[in-house]
Design a protein around this ligand. Structure first.
Ligand code: C2E
Ligand code: MG
Ligand code: MG
Length: 693
């Protein structure tokens, strides 16, 4: 090592000094002897002896000088080659990323400067290697699959998670195109993908031919221009989430007991059948079926027998109906069937007669439940599209009116719809005009259902729920009149009135209680579709001096997905005002958090139909668990609605759900009672806190 031989140098210099002194001495002594021979020799013999001595000293000194000179040359050459050797070793070490010790720089000559450059290089390489290794460790520690590509999509780098996700080794993917790992049967190429931080979804194809659904973002290497820079794809496997979403969607559309579409899905399918029939200019027939005296079966043989009866109905209808018919369970013991191509004219009517009779006969066959022979009959109402009604709602309603008439005839018969049967529709009309009058007469009220923090049992706010107080009938719940209001523009007026009332109540609470919490208000699609909606809401809140951050708007999934692009813009405006936004009744609609991720939402409300059996039905427990988990992953607050007993509460506590609301904590209450609750809570005298343990 250059310079590590300092003692040797000292020795060398010392040796050199001694050698030079010895040479000088011998030359001086030779010269002195020669001068003595010339000047002071007394005899030729003495002269000769002195000259001989002088010559030997001078020759010896010269020889010594020669030897020392040669020695110095050898030393210098050896030393330089040692330094060059050291430089080479250092270069080899740097090549192998061995950063050991720096070279010692003892001299300022060319080799010394070269050593300086090497040291510099070593320091820089060491730093970059340390940060590169650190980045490598970060990348391989990440759970997300990271794929770096050039602008044209050529894969330049992947991390360990990518290799695990796709089953490929890194070297199998490097140099290939990112499009080679996209499952082209299910998704488009990724190369044209605009760079954006918004998560999107696609399918990757693994080495083993599996299609892997992923959620990914695409960004560019920092500080470079989008056109020319490398892209970073960060992807996450969302198989589990998809599965959960599918399961939720299935359960939300299919009746769990009979495995036929539920009311919502049936209406949807009927809507599609009507659209097809309209295009093909064909009729369509709707059978509305209701089991006669179902309550008696339930009461006599128990609920299990009741369930078995309903399953039997669905099975028998399935077996007896022509292909492509659609069956749905609309409620309790009510089923409906759509048969396409069957009309009221020509042979159609006699075919309908035949089918209706054969269905009723088939249903009337006795069957056994737990050793008991059960006799069941059913009644049926029939209506045709387009003769009896042009749309889903009216067609179902008219078939229902016909069913009512066959029930009145004693059951086990069918009846065709006739306009005079439709007393129910008249009743509905009456209710609409009654509702309008009630609204004008100020007969609507707002009640509040508190939401509790599941951890502390503190009231976190409330949901405003509208009620209609009919003098002769008492309180009417929204499910009985909101649909009627939604049929007309009355819902817009009612909605604004509710918000106004909530703001008014909020100000009253604020005067007495330090924090009334966050109050949520339900919105319907028609309200959201109003032009100027944001301004109108803003104006109401301003007029009461209520901060938008104190309020939350609840919107159902189906409302959001009705026109997503438009809704996103609108919700962005509302969010910008400071309002909180919640998805209501999650699970009963589209049920895709991936799709809902685009909306500026902060709260997810799990529909009460899933909460009902959460402590007893493993399917519901899984669904609720998955929704809570997905909600947390997306940093949303999760509210479970419809908590009625402590088992449900305990279960939700284990799941780490954020808030709960439900009848376990009492009926929705008046504004005054809500204020009392807030005050009791502030005093520590509220009665529900104990439930939270
Ligand atoms: P929602 O927004 O899902 O409201 C929750 C409903 O669940 C309320 O019914 C509430 O009373 C009920 N509920 C609460 N806890 C329990 C429980 O433990 N068990 C059961 N079985 N039910 C519980 P409500 O008040 O009948 O409201 C029904 C729906 O009407 C609401 O559903 C909401 O969609 C709509 N609605 C209510 N008020 C308004 C309003 O002001 N405007 C609009 N557009 N819709 C409203
Ligand atoms: Mg709600
Ligand atoms: Mg709800």
């Amino acid at each position: 090592m250059i310079g590590s031989k300092i003692p040797r140098y000292v020795l060398v210099i010392l040796g050199l000094g001694i050698a030079v002194a010895a040479v000088m001495l011998s030359w001086f002594y030779g010269l002195y002897t020669w001068l003595t021979a010339e000047i002071a020799s007394t005899s030729p013999a003495q002269h000769e002896a002195l000259v001989g001595t002088s010559f030997r000293w001078i020759a010896g000194g010269s020889l010594l000088a020669l030897v020392v000179g040669l020695g110095i040359i050898v030393l210098i050459v050896r030393r330089q080659s040692d330094r060059i050797h050291d430089l080479r070793i250092q270069a080899e070490k740097l090549r192998d990323a061995d950063f050991g010790e720096p070279l010692l720089q003892t001299q300022a000559d060319a080799l010394g400067r070269l050593a300086g450059v090497f040291n510099d290089m070593r320091d820089r390489l060491k730093n970059t290697t340390i940060s590169r290794d650190y980045v490598d460790r970060i990348l391989s520690g990440m759970n997300e699959a990271i794929i770096v590509t050039s602008t044209d999509g050529t894969i330049k780098r992947i991390n360990r998670a990518t290799a695990i996700l796709l089953g490929f080794e890194e070297n199998e993917l490097l140099g290939t195109s990112i499009n080679d790992i996209v499952d082209k049967t299910k998704s488009d190429t990724l190369i044209e993908d605009a760079v954006s931080g918004v998560p999107r979804e696609t399918f990757f194809a693994s080495k083993f031919g599996e299609s892997v659904p992923v959620s990914y973002t695409c960004s560019v290497v920092d500080g470079e221009s989008i056109e020319s820079s490398d892209r970073i794809y960060a992807a996450q496997n969302i198989t589990e989430r998809r599965r959960a979403e599918q399961r939720i969607r299935y359960l939300a559309r299919i009746d769990a007991l009979t495995k036929v579409p539920n009311r919502m899905q049936f209406q949807h399918l009927l809507q599609r059948a009507i659209a097809r029939a309209r295009r093909a200019n064909q009729p369509l027939c709707l059978f509305y079926i209701d089991v006669d005296h179902f309550k008696e079966i339930n009461d006599t043989f128990g609920h299990l027998a009741g369930d078995a009866t309903l399953e039997t109905v669905a099975e028998r209808l399935n077996a007896a109906l022509p292909d492509h018919s659609v069956i749905g369970r609309l409620a309790g013991d009510e089923f409906a069937v759509v048969v396409t191509g069957l009309g009221p004219g020509g042979k159609g009517r006699s075919e309908t007669d035949k089918l209706a009779r054969s269905l009723l006969d088939r249903l009337a066959d006795p069957f056994f439940v737990q050793g008991h022979e059960v006799f069941m009959t059913a009644s049926m109402g029939i209506a045709y599209y387009p003769k009896d009604a042009p749309n889903v709602i009216d067609l179902i309603r008219n078939a229902d009116a016909a069913l009512y008439s066959s029930k009145k005839a004693g059951g086990n018969v069918f009846a065709y719809y006739a306009p005079q049967m439709n007393e129910a529709a008249v009743e509905r009309l009456m209710t609409k005009s009654k509702l309008k009058r009630a609204f004008e007469r100020d007969e609507l009220l707002v009640h509040y259902q508190p939401k509790y923090n599941i951890e502390t049992g503190e009231v976190f706010g409330a949901e405003a729920l509208v009620r209609w107080e009919l003098p002769e009938r008492g309180l009417i719940l929204p499910s009985d009149f909101i649909p009627i209001a939604e049929d007309s523009n009355l819902i817009i007026e009612i909605g604004e009135w509710v918000l106004d009332k909530v703001c008014e109540d909020f100000r009253v609470w604020q005067r007495s209680a330090s924090s009334p919490g966050r109050v949520s208000v339900n919105l319907s699609l028609k309200q959201l579709r109003q032009p100027n909606f944001t301004n109108r809401i803003g104006a109401i809140m301003r007029s009461h001096e209520v901060s938008p951050t104190s309020l939350e708007l609840e919107i159902t999934e189906s409302t959001m997905m009705e026109n997503p692009e438009r809704t996103i813009k609108l919700l962005d405006q509302l969010y910008a005002l400071g309002l909180h936004l919640a998805i209501d009744d999650f699970g009963t609609g589209y049920s895709s958090l991936s799709a809902l991720q685009q909306f500026p939402i902060s709260t997810l409300k799990i529909d009460k139909s899933f909460v009902r059996d959460v402590a007893s039905d493993p399917d519901d427990a899984t669904i609720v668990g998955t929704i809570v988990q997905m909600g947390h992953n997306l940093k949303l607050d999760v509210v479970a609605e419809g908590v009625e007993n402590e088992d449900q509460l305990n279960f939700l506590q284990q799941l780490d759900c954020t808030y709960v609301q439900g009848l376990l904590f009492g009926e929705p209450m008046s504004s005054d009672n809500y204020l009392e609750l807030l005050l009791a809570q502030a005093d520590g005298t509220d009665s529900y806190r104990a439930l939270f343990g």
